[in-house]
Each structure stands twice: as C-alpha cells, then as structure tokens.
Design a binder for this molecule. Structure first.
Ligand code: NAD
Ligand code: UFG
Length: 337
C-alpha cells in the first residue's frame, strides 16, 4: 500500500515525502515538473535512503494517472499539485482554473475507479479572506481576491461534495498558513523560478547578495509596527501535519478541516530582525507601497489540529531562519546547479 503525492516534487510535497517515509509509509510521486525538478527524487534518496517511484505526468491526464494506480496499490492521495502564483493567476486565470480544478477532478475520478477513498488537500489560509485573526476552522470562508485563491476555495467545495455523496470517502482539508524554511540537511527547499514573490526566498537572496535590498510592502498597516503580520510555520512541521492527517483519514470518513500554523504572527520587520540576529547578515530594506490584495494580519488558531490530530509545530522562527539560510547557501540557484 502506498501514498500518492500529486505534486510531490514541489516545496511542501518533497518535505512531506521525507516525513511519510520516516513514519513508515511507502510513497509514490506524480509531478509534471512545471514548478520543480526531477533532482528532488535524488535528493530524497540521499535523505531517506529510499528510491521513491516517480511518474512525470500531469495529474489532469487521467490515462497517465490510471497507469500509476495500476502499478501501485494507492491507499490515499495527498494533493499538492497546483499552480500557486497569485499574480500569475490574475494574468492567466484560465490556466489556473484549468490546471487546479482539472487536477482535483481527475484525481477523484481515478481514485473512484480504484476504490481509493482517502484524500488530503493542500488548502490555504487565503480562504479566510481578511477575517480578524486568529482564524478558526469554523469561521465562514470568504471569496478570495484572486483566481488562485478561488481555486483553493472551489476545491474545498468540490471535495466536500464528494464526501457528502460517498459516505466511504474521507477528506482532510489542511489550511496552511505561511510555510518557510527547509529540511535541515540543506538538500531540499523552496526553489522559486525568477524573482521570488514570497518574503522568505526574497530575503535569503538579499542575504546572499543576489538582490540589493528587500522591499517591505507597506509600513502603515494597523499592526505592531505597521508591516504585514503572518503566521510562519517551518515546512518540516507543516509536512509532519500530513502524516497526522493521513492517520486521521484512515479512521474517519467525511470532511474535516485543520489549520496548520503556530498560532501567532511575525511582522515583516520582526522577521527581518530575527533573520539578521540568527544569520548575522544585515538585510537592507526599503519601504514600498502596499502590495495589491495583501491583508494586514493573518494568523491561525491551531488548537483543533493539536486536540484532534495530536499535531503541534515544534520549530521556532530561529530554526526557520537557520534552515532557510542553509538551503540558500548550499543551493544558490535552487536545483539548477
Ligand atoms: P510547488 O509549486 O513547489 O509544488 C507544487 C508541485 O505541483 C510542483 O512540483 C509542480 O510541478 C506540480 N504540479 C502543478 N500542477 C501539476 C499538474 N497538473 N500535474 C502534476 N504536477 C503538477 O508549491 P508548494 O509551495 O509546494 O505548494 C504545494 C501546495 O500547497 C499547492 O497546492 C499550493 O497551492 C498549496 N499552498 C502553498 C502555500 C505556500 O506558501 N507555499 C500556502 C498555502 C497553500
Ligand atoms: N512581503 C514583503 N516583501 C516581499 C514579499 C512579501 O514585504 O518581497 C510581505 C507581504 O506584504 C506580507 C508578508 O511579507 O505582509 C508575507 O508575504 P508572502 O508573499 O511571503 O506570503 P502571503 O501571506 O502573501 O501569501 C502566502 C502564499 C499564498 C497563501 C498565503 C497563506 O503566497 O499562496 O501565504 O497561506 F495563500
């Protein structure tokens, strides 16, 4: 029996593969490499000593997926495979709806063919909109401000309908807050192509001297110091949450939602200060206008994941800074080296 990681070569999927293997699971990866590298599979071997079966397929392609299910007895699917750039989704909405919605539909269709009934989905804090934090799973969702976010909410709805229609189906919706950091080996991490859109990869490139300064998008928010506040979570803690989610899905049917976060936020300035202290490199910053669509503050209430799953994040901001920097130093060009 194996767990299929759709999009498993990506940032979060690759870290989840490590956690699953270390927890004794057999893992199979399907990825079209649209935002990742096949080198991840070699790096995962270096970390775990396990050769993970890898299929370079688009998960929207049902025929390709069927072949994976024919080759392996898949007991559950963890679905990471999505396009995730907010700005690109505004420019190319059809690409995002096509990829992100077709992916979940074809996965469910093929799972049904093979009587596979367990699904864990990578959702996002973006479905809370600008709700006043801390965000709790019982809060009403808000229609996200961009097509990427809307595919997350739509996928939550699709999966909820599937579980409603099929009483044997088990769906766990994991609402990630802001994953950062990298595996402590420095062998896998976040490898954005082009100019990073997210804070941490940009920050580490400034520290490496590849970029002159960090733009701080807005210093007039109603927050502790005027800059945006987010609930940053170490990617390995986030990855571990998937192991707990799978165990939960094996014992329950229906839909359950869990926040994965630490339960408190850091402002951009606080992140920069923490990074400078831990890594010992000054980070030049400039105040830039607010970024369209950004909210002032977002952080989770992670109590449900702790109480129901028994999961809790173990790593702190210092660990996140240290591990993100190790990854950046060892892989200045991501997997391209
Ligand atoms: P990522 O881009 O690193 O990983 C996604 C992987 O899916 C990539 O390897 C990509 O090649 C693959 N992929 C995309 N479309 C595919 C398709 N049609 N068929 C096969 N493979 C496909 O992104 P990530 O940061 O690891 O995010 C994983 C998931 O978590 C995504 O669904 C993302 O939307 C969600 N998420 C991420 C964040 C974050 O901040 N990183 C926050 C909330 C939610
Ligand atoms: N920021 C800067 N400068 C930068 C980049 C970001 O000041 O160069 C600020 C942003 O304005 C925000 C904070 O840093 O206040 C975090 O921004 P990120 O882009 O790193 O993360 P977001 O919270 O905007 O979004 C991320 C993912 C989304 C996901 C969301 C919640 O990109 O896909 O977390 O999980 F929906």
């Amino acid at each position: 029996m194996a767990i299929l990681l759709a999009g498993g070569c990506g940032y979060i999927g690759s870290h989840t593969a490590v956690e699953l293997i270390q927890a004794g699971y057999e893992v199979v990866i399907a990825d079209n490499l649209s935002n990742s590298s096949a080198k991840v599979i070699d790096r995962l071997f270096s970390i775990t000593g396990v050769h993970i079966p890898f299929y370079e397929i688009d998960v929207c392609d049902r025929v390709g997926l069927e072949q994976v299910f024919q080759q392996h007895k898949i007991e559950a699917v963890i679905h990471f495979a999505a396009l995730k750039s907010i700005s690109e989704s505004v420019e190319l909405p059809v690409l995002y709806y096509r990829n992100n919605l077709d992916a979940v539909l074809s996965l469910i269709e093929v799972m049904n063919q093979f009587s596979c009934k367990r699904f864990v989905f990578s959702s996002s804090a973006t479905v809370y909109g600008d709700a006043t934090p801390p965000c709790v799973e019982t809060m009403p969702t808000a229609l996200p401000t961009n097509p990427y976010g809307r595919t997350k909410l739509m996928t939550e709805q699709i999966l909820s309908d599937v579980a409603l229609a099929d009483k044997d189906f088990s769906v766990v919706l994991l609402r990630y807050f802001n994953p950062i950091g990298a595996h402590e080996s420095g062998l896998i991490g976040e490898a954005p192509s082009g100019v990073p859109a997210n804070l941490f990869p940009y920050l580490t490139q400034v520290a490496a001297g590849e970029r002159a300064y960090l733009n701080i998008y807005g210093d007039d928010y109603p927050t502790v110091d005027g800059t945006g506040v987010r609930d940053y979570i170490h990617v390995c803690d986030l990855a571990a949450g998937h192991v707990y989610a799978l165990d939960y899905a094996a014992q329950h049917t229906g839909v359950e939602i869990f926040n994965l976060g630490l339960g408190f936020g850091y402002s951009v300035r606080q992140v920069v200060a923490a990074f400078e202290r831990v890594v010992g490199i000054p980070i030049p910053t400039r105040i830039a206008p607010r970024r369209a669509g950004d909210i002032a503050e977002s952080f989770s209430n992670p109590a449900k994941a702790q109480q129901v799953l028994g999961w809790k994040a173990k790593r702190n901001m210092d660990d996140m800074c240290r591990d993100a920097w190790r990854w950046q130093k060892m892989n200045p060009h991501g997997y391209a080296d």
